[in-house]
Design a binder for this molecule. Structure first.
Ligand SMILES: *[C@@H]1O[C@H](CO)[C@@H](O)[C@H](O)[C@H]1NC(C)=O
Ligand SMILES: *[C@@H]1O[C@H](CO)[C@@H](O)[C@H](O)[C@H]1NC(C)=O
Ligand SMILES: [Zn+2]
Length: 661
């Protein structure tokens, strides 16, 4: 039976009542308690218990990640289950309050943060259901295995289909063989999405129900609510619009190089690019095709690995160098517990998870990095990056537990990558005695900026599109999930699938963040913040000259800018933090510092593209037919099917006799 409930939603700038429909038995009846003492008591208890819970879960996760035994895994899952229960109980307690009527603004905000936008509002059955759906999808994703690319086919030799994501990523990065890339791309997309499509559709339904109980129209609105700003989506749309001219110049230049490499069989000279030749399984980040597009091949590229080895660096010295970077800015040294308990090298006596990560054990004492450090440039950068997260933890440690986080979900990565703009930087390497490349040579600078653009500018539209897609699915339903995915990718990225795709495919789920229920727009926000924070620190440091040559090393003034952001944590609205950062000029996300950073490259690209007929891409019916075969009228459908058969038969012959393990 349906009844009408009054939902209530409140942004920082305005409050509106909206009328929502919800099932009778699932309606969230907001609480009535408005007593401030009760509220403060509850928040105090929460502060202690949540920190305690966090310590237990982190400890168990750490134990497993650094020692992957069955016993440790079981313990970790037990603690995570306790956490889920704790979250549900917390929500119930918070929901007893009528937060809007609590007189103290700080208590009001905290209770609202605990009440709103929470799946705990679901009935126990549904709460468990969505929790399990997500775990099952994560599990399916983790177990995707694909078949290797085989050219000299021999029926008497069995082929084992046991390549994991890491293997697929590596082939996509290293291979320049069109058929091999196509094979791996197709395998990965065919074997990841379709198996979880039904579960995902149910997940969309339940996530929407949870959102409606919380007073939102659907889960997309609930996702956006995290940012506490009514103008947030407009702000983002504006920034991607600003980045597009630079992206299109980069795209056009890259297309001309890929055209020269792969030819007109797979690239139309004024068209979009197929997703499989961009050096990345998802076509999201193009740094791996740098060798194909390098502007001045005779000139220096940044790589300090040989020099690190020559100077006898060890993993410990890499960590000490990173620490010294932060203390040179006036930030804190790593505490004794950090040095005692961090895992900075891969142990050979046990199995560990090697992804580099930074840990806060929530007890204001224990902070660690887990990294299987090898002595090379990549690890040097990773260590500086992870240590930025530790600095964040150290500075917001004095905040209440609920505020110990980035000002919004983009801040942690934004801050860490902003620091890296000074570290992965020819000027810095020169100052640190790790490179003798002159930094004032034009060709070297353009080469460096090209590499950065492939990593950062090329990533922007992808980072933007993922959640745009998710919002649409939550809003409009699941009937056209795959064509909507490619429609957005063509529109913003100029990327099309290399082979026809249908609604039986589910290509968005080839990216883990979709099945794993991890929001993605935070990476786009982090990208904008990265350059905004870099710019602010460089201004404070008194840097003159192009923005990409700025290195904040040894600048206490830049350090103060950083400390001001870090110590606030999430205690203030993120737009206040941006305002602080821009010295009162603006409280918005902006693409301008990013554009300033790449300004010299943009000029160069315009010259390089001078004779190109189209800057950007023109899409035609054939492009659209790749993911929307039904655009043809019914009478033409056979034609489409035949076309598909031809394309598939070319690809299918290789995997027809393969064992699937
Ligand atoms: C790894 O975990 C097991 C428990 O499964 C424990 O007995 C062992 O001591 C741990 N090893 C290390 C080096 O911590
Ligand atoms: C197939 O593999 C077997 C065993 O390695 C070998 O003896 C045979 O010559 C191969 N056949 C072809 C056609 O390569
Ligand atoms: Zn990070």
């Amino acid at each position: 039976m349906e009844t009408v409930a009054i939902g209530f939603k409140c942004f920082i700038y305005f409050c509106v009542f909206i009328i929502i429909r919800a099932n009778d038995n699932e309606r969230f009846n907001g609480g009535f308690n408005t007593n401030l003492d009760d509220a403060l008591r509850f928040l105090n208890e929460y502060d202690i218990e949540a920190a305690n819970m966090c310590f237990r879960v982190s400890s168990a996760q750490w134990a497993y990640s650094t020692n992957m035994t069955d016993y440790n895994k079981r313990r970790m899952i037990e603690e995570q289950t306790l956490q889920a229960k704790f979250d549900k109980i917390t929500w119930k307690k918070a929901a007893e309050f009528d937060w809007a009527k609590i007189s103290d603004p700080i208590a009001r905000r905290q209770i609202r943060m605990l009440t709103m936008n929470n799946r705990a509002a679901l009935s126990d059955d549904k709460y468990n259901e969505i929790y399990h759906l997500i775990s099952e999808m994560k599990d399916l994703y983790a177990h995707v295995r694909i078949c290797p690319y085989v050219t000299d086919f021999n029926e008497s030799v069995s082929i084992y289909c046991d390549l994991e994501q890491n293997d697929a990523v590596k082939i996509m990065a290293d291979s320049h063989d069109n058929l091999e890339l196509l094979h791996v791309w197709k395998e990965w997309h065919d074997k990841s999405g379709p198996v979880m499509k039904n579960k995902f559709m149910r997940y969309v339904e339940v996530a929407n129900q949870a959102a409606r109980i919380n007073g939102f129209q659907d889960a997309s609105e609930a996702m956006q609510f995290t940012y506490e700003s009514a103008e947030f989506e407009d702000n983002l749309a504006q920034t991607i619009h600003q980045i597009m001219p630079l992206y299109k110049e980069l795209f056009t230049y890259v297309r001309s190089k890929l055209y020269a490499k792969y030819g007109s069989e797979i690239i139309r000279i004024d068209g979009p690019l197929p997703a499989h030749i961009l050096g990345d399984l998802w076509g999201q980040e193009w740094g791996n095709i740098y060798d194909l597009v390098i502007p001045y091949s005779g000139h220096g590229t940044v790589d300090v690995t040989a020099e690190l080895l020559r100077q006898g660096f060890t993993p410990l010295r890499v960590f000490q160098m990173a620490e010294e970077f932060y203390t040179s800015l006036g930030l804190k040294p790593m505490p004794p517990e950090f040095w005692r308990y961090s895992m900075i090298e891969k142990p050979n006596s046990r199995k560990v998870q090697c992804t580099a990560s930074a840990w806060d054990f929530c007890n204001k004492m224990d902070y660690r990095i887990k990294q299987c450090t090898e002595v090379d440039m990549k690890n040097l950068i990773a260590t500086h990056h992870e240590m930025a997260h530790i600095q964040y933890y150290l500075y917001y440690a004095d905040q209440p537990f609920i505020y110990r986080d980035g000002a919004n979900p983009g801040f942690h990565e934004g801050v860490a990558n902003a620091v890296i703009l000074s570290v992965f930087n020819p000027t810095h390497f020169y100052r640190m005695g790790l490179s003798r490349n002159r930094t004032d040579i034009y060709e070297n600078n353009i080469n460096f900026l090209m590499l950065m653009a492939l990593r950062k500018v090329a990533y922007a539209p992808f980072a933007y599109v993922v959640d745009q897609w998710r919002y649409q699915i939550f809003q409009q339903g699941v009937t056209k999930m795959n064509s909507e995915w490619w429609k957005l990718r063509l529109r913003y990225q100029g990327v099309v699938p290399p082979i026809p795709r249908f609604e039986s495919h589910f290509d968005a789920a080839a990216k883990r963040h979709i099945p794993a229920d991890i929001p993605y727009v935070k990476y786009y926000i982090a990208l904008l913040l990265e350059f905004q924070i870099h710019k602010a620190m460089c201004t404070a440091a008194g840097h003159t000259g192009p923005l990409h040559t700025c290195d904040i090393y040894r600048s206490r003034e830049a350090g103060r800018v950083l400390i001001d952001i870090l110590k606030v944590g999430k205690a203030r609205h993120w737009q206040d933090v941006v305002k602080m950062l821009t010295r009162g000029k603006s409280d918005k996300l902006s693409a301008e510092p990013l554009l300033e950073y790449f300004e010299p490259l943009l000029e160069w690209l315009k010259q390089a593209n001078k004779y190109e007929k189209v800057v950007g891409w023109m899409s035609n019916k054939k492009d659209v037919a790749l993911y929307q075969p039904l655009v043809y009228s019914k009478s033409n459908r056979n034609m489409v099917d035949i076309y598909n058969l031809i394309v598939f038969s070319v690809i299918a012959y290789k995997s027809s006799l393969v064992l699937n393990i």
